[in-house]
Structures are given as structure tokens and as C-alpha cells.
Design a protein around this ligand. Sequence first.
Ligand SMILES: NC(=O)c1ccc[n+]([C@@H]2O[C@H](COP(=O)([O-])OP(=O)(O)OC[C@H]3O[C@@H](n4cnc5c(N)ncnc54)[C@H](OP(=O)(O)O)[C@@H]3O)[C@@H](O)[C@H]2O)c1
Length: 343
Amino acid sequence: MKLALIGFGTVGQGLATILRDRGETLRGDYGFDGQIVAVSTARRGSLYDPNGLDIVALLENAQDFSGYPESEGLQRGWSTEQIIREGNADAVVEVTPTDITSGQPAIWHIQTALESGKHAISANKGPAALAFRDLNTLAKANGVEFYNEATVIGGTPAIRLGEELLAGSGITEMRGILNGTTNYMLTRMEGGATYMEALTEAQRLGYAETDPTADVEGHDAAAKVMILANVLMGGDLKNADVPRQGISALSLEEVQDALKNGEHYKLIGKVWREGGQTKASVELMRLPGSDPLAGVAGADMAITYSTDLMRHATISGAGAGAIPTGFALLSDLLAIHRKSHHA
Ligand SMILES: NC(=O)c1ccc[n+]([C@@H]2O[C@H](COP(=O)([O-])OP(=O)(O)OC[C@H]3O[C@@H](n4cnc5c(N)ncnc54)[C@H](OP(=O)(O)O)[C@@H]3O)[C@@H](O)[C@H]2O)c1
């Protein structure tokens, strides 16, 4: 499968590292041969070779493509649009920064890929949160796939669990810890840190951005509930449809008082069906210790699926980082590979 990576930062390099280190196993065990033919970035230019880029050399020169060795088919400086439209990739991997207000330019990248008959997989939350229905319709019309496993709980297969393994069980509700930064901060506050101390620590560890608004005010969690609603419950929610709360008003005293009573504050994203409609919210909740989400600590995340046929199923695990998120992208590529071989 020939791949074009649009964006080559943490996650794009995570996927390339996995393909470099596991290529042989993936070919031997799954018959999957992932070959990167193009990478495109904002400031470092692009590389395209229809015969496949050398992954070892690509990773060695990831910060400055000028050191990447010349070869017969190599093209430097193709635009992202040229790579998507004219390149020979089978799948476009969208890993540019998320813009959760407009979803651009990622929506346009994915739309262009699907229109060009190429599969699109994305770690970027914008397209699946803001334009899932249209993009999914476009994918179907063009006989290709649009997959988003990496957008919710990174490497932990939350979307595929709901979409494939729980198919037919009748999912009635999803409740989850969908933001690792705030969960880390809440865990630190349970350990005695003030809100500001927990935030500073999260920033020092690279969990929180310099401007932490997207995490602490619940915007990131809201994007993820929109994705779950859209992908798993047929919703078409807009930002304004999701009532949202963050953790910035929570005091150390409140967290400690809950703890004394065996309870835990958690930022919970919820999606459910009501009166034939898909609803979603992000709410700061005080959970009893018996709730499966109450014990999910640190930067880990989790989702509990409630179903008609088998009550509850909870999955939890690592949410972010180059390799877990790269793995989520790989799982989408393997799903496309399996599907095309069973077709
Ligand atoms: N990091 C994680 O753990 C994680 C987990 C789950 C999901 N995600 C999502 O995955 C996506 C990528 O995250 P990341 O951490 O890899 O980000 P990153 O390290 O900032 O890398 C972003 C890459 O996109 C490139 N880029 C920016 N605008 C572009 C454009 N218009 N056209 C082509 N390339 C462009 C950048 O180029 P330059 O290098 O030249 O600036 C850079 O290579 C984001 O949407 C993020 O929300 C990340």
C-alpha cells in the first residue's frame, strides 16, 4: 500500500518509525507492505518518489529534507495538492495540526484524497468532528475508506471496538475520559497538587500546550464526543450542540472532599440517543469509586460503552504520543488492507 503523509511531525514520524521497525513482521504476518511515497510539510517542503521513499533515510533527515539522498524518481517541492491529486499513493494519511473551529486545511486534504479515489486516514480531529457525514458519503461514492481511529484515545482501539466488535450489540450510550491532560491534572490534584501546580506539571511533561484552553475548558473532549457521535451513532453534531464544561473552576478542596468520600472528579464526555436524536455533552462529574471510569488515572483515557445485549464494556489505555498514535494509524491501514483482500 503506497502512502502519502500530509504532515510529518510527531505522529507522522511515529507511523514511519513503526513501518521501519516492523515492516518485516507486517509483511510476513499480515501480507501488508506499507511504502511511504510522499511526505508533505508546512515549512520543510516535500518529498515524492513514486517508487517509494527510503524510510531509514527519511527519518534520519526528518528535520531537514535537503539531506535526503537523490534518486531517479525523486521529486522535491511538489505541493500538497499535487501529491494528493497526481501522486500514486493508495492512501493519504492526514497528520497536520488540528483546527477544531474550521477543520481546515485537513478537511480539504481529505476531500481531495477521496475525490481522487484514494483512501484517507486521519489523526486530525477536525475532519471527523466537523465534516464526518459529508466525507464519509464522498468516500462511499468513490469506493474508498475514511478512517479515524487515531482521533479518539490514540492507540487504544476505541472506535473500532464500537464500530466492529460491538456491531449489533445496540450501543445506547458512550461515556468516556477523552482528554489525557485534564485526567493527569485531576489525578495530581488527588495527590495534593493545586490546579496551577498540576497545570504547570502537565505543561512541563508536554501533556498540556502553553495555551491550555483546548484541554482545560473541554474543547478537545467536545471534539472527541462529536467524533464518537458522528462515527458510531450516525450523528451530525455541530460545536453548538455540545454543552461543555472544563476543569478550570475546580478547587483542590473539592477534589479532596470527593476523595474522602471514595469519589473521583472526572471530565466525562457522553454520547447518547434521546427521542430519535443523538445527543452529546462534556461534563465535570463526581463519580463513585465503583464506576469503571473512576480508577482511570494519569494521562490514560477510557470509554464505557452501554449496550442493549451485553450491558457495559470498558476499554482504557494510552491516548497520545508518537508510537501509540502511529499504531492507531497502522490499525486503520491494516483494516483497509484486510477489507481489500476480502472484497
Ligand atoms: N501528538 C499526539 O500524541 C497526537 C495524538 C492524537 C492525535 N493527534 C493529532 O495528530 C495530528 C498531528 O499531530 P502531531 O503531534 O504530529 O503534530 P506536529 O508534530 O505539530 O506535526 C504537524 C505536521 O504537519 C505539518 N503541516 C502543518 N500544516 C500543514 C499543511 N498545511 N500542509 C502540510 N503539512 C502541514 C507540519 O509541518 P512543519 O513541520 O513544516 O511545521 C508538521 O510536519 C494533529 O491533528 C493532532 O491533533 C496527535
